[in-house]
Ligand binder design. Structure first.
Ligand SMILES: Nc1nc2c(ncn2[C@@H]2O[C@H](COP(=O)(O)OP(=O)(O)OP(=O)(O)O)[C@@H](O)[C@H]2O)c(=O)[nH]1
Ligand SMILES: [Mg+2]
Ligand SMILES: [Zn+2]
Length: 304
């Protein structure tokens, strides 16, 4: 029985790497995989562990997919009901957040974090392009970093271009399978290049008045680090919709609300306008960030 990891996915064909020989093959899917509960546009994702058969010497047929430890998923933009698996079996999900060029919103960041909480994926918030920030923007960003550090998230400020804190990032991603997530143009591929220059991934500048990236990376692909572990580079994500979160469940994915909720008067409190709500009290007293709480309310509204 031959086992491999999916290292590239184009949707119609894949690259797989044999787990024991490290040999790489172009592969296609044979047979039908057991239908999963969720409908996906892609049955296989980078990071999946599979079984395969070799036909002659170079054509591989994927015959089985193993259950996933976890996966990062988003709703696909075109097919409203379908979901797209961005990467599977990951040890660490990094969001490459940029305060400008392009601007990343807190809503986008929060939806990413909620998804990672729901699928129990460890997270690192990477703030890239710090070399571009004005004093005011630095202050703004420090405030944001403070909020997220305070609720337990690991954060790191870097510049892929100016090689700032790249050694620290290396320590965080070493010996793990990591995925970089973020808008097009945020610097996912650049950051990978800064960690390992000989990968020479294609990058392109952000253009236009609305700071849009150019979708330079078109397919998800996994690369091995020379210092141990691997990285999955994925195409930029424009919008990120939540998948399958129930209204009563949402509070479980905001660590600070989850911690405070046991002090609410009512056990079914949703922290909207119920009496004696400890969460609302904590927001008023400033121990829970107003920005985060407002985003919680907004997502609640969207989930109706
Ligand atoms: N000033 C500055 N520019 C950066 C930095 N990191 C990346 N860039 C630039 O940002 C642009 C986009 O970088 P990419 O690495 O292509 O972005 P990406 O996230 O891979 O984009 P997609 O593949 O389209 O999703 C390039 O022109 C980089 O040179 C940084 O730290 N500082
Ligand atoms: Mg890229
Ligand atoms: Zn409450």
């Amino acid at each position: 029985m031959k086992q491999a990891l999916v290292t590239k996915s184009t949707g119609s064909w894949y690259l797989i790497k044999d787990i024991s020989t490290n040999e790489v093959y172009e592969a296609r899917i044979r047979g039908k995989f057991k239908k999963e509960k969720i409908r996906n546009t892609n049955p296989l994702a980078v990071g999946d562990k599979v079984e395969y058969e070799l036909e002659e010497t170079s054509v591989a047929w994927i015959t089985k997919i193993y259950p996933r430890k976890n996966y990062l998923i988003r709703k696909s933009v075109n097919l409203s009901k379908e979901t797209h698996i961005l990467a599977a079996n990951i040890d660490l999900a990094c969001i490459i957040f940029t305060t400008r060029n392009p601007q990343t919103s807190l809503g986008f960041l929060n939806r990413f974090l909620i998804t990672c909480e729901a699928y129990e994926i460890p997270v690192l918030l990477v703030f890239n392009k710090i070399d571009l920030l004005t004093e005011n923007e630095k202050e703004e960003q420090n405030e944001i970093i403070g909020i997220y550090k305070n609720i337990g998230y690991d954060t790191l400020e870097i510049s892929a271009e100016k090689m700032i804190n790249i050694d620290k990032l290396k320590e965080r991603v070493k010996n793990k399978t990591t995925v970089f997530f973020g808008h097009s143009g945020s610097g996912k591929s650049s950051t990978i290049n800064s960690l390992q220059p000989d990968l020479s991934l294609k990058t392109a500048s952000v253009s236009g008045y609305n700071e849009k990236g150019k979708h330079t990376t078109t397919f998800a692909q996994m690369y091995d680090w020379s210092f141990g572990g691997s990285i999955i580079d994925i195409p930029g994500v424009k919008e990120f919709e939540l998948v399958d979160v129930k209204r009563e469940e949402l509070q479980d994915y905001f660590p600070e609300i989850f911690k405070e909720r046991e002090n609410c008067r009512f056990s079914n409190c949703l922290h909207i306008n119920e009496p004696h709500c400890a969460v609302v009290k904590a927001v008023e007293e400033g121990s829970i960030s107003k920005k985060r709480y407002q985003n919680y309310l907004k997502i609640m509204e969207d989930l109706k």
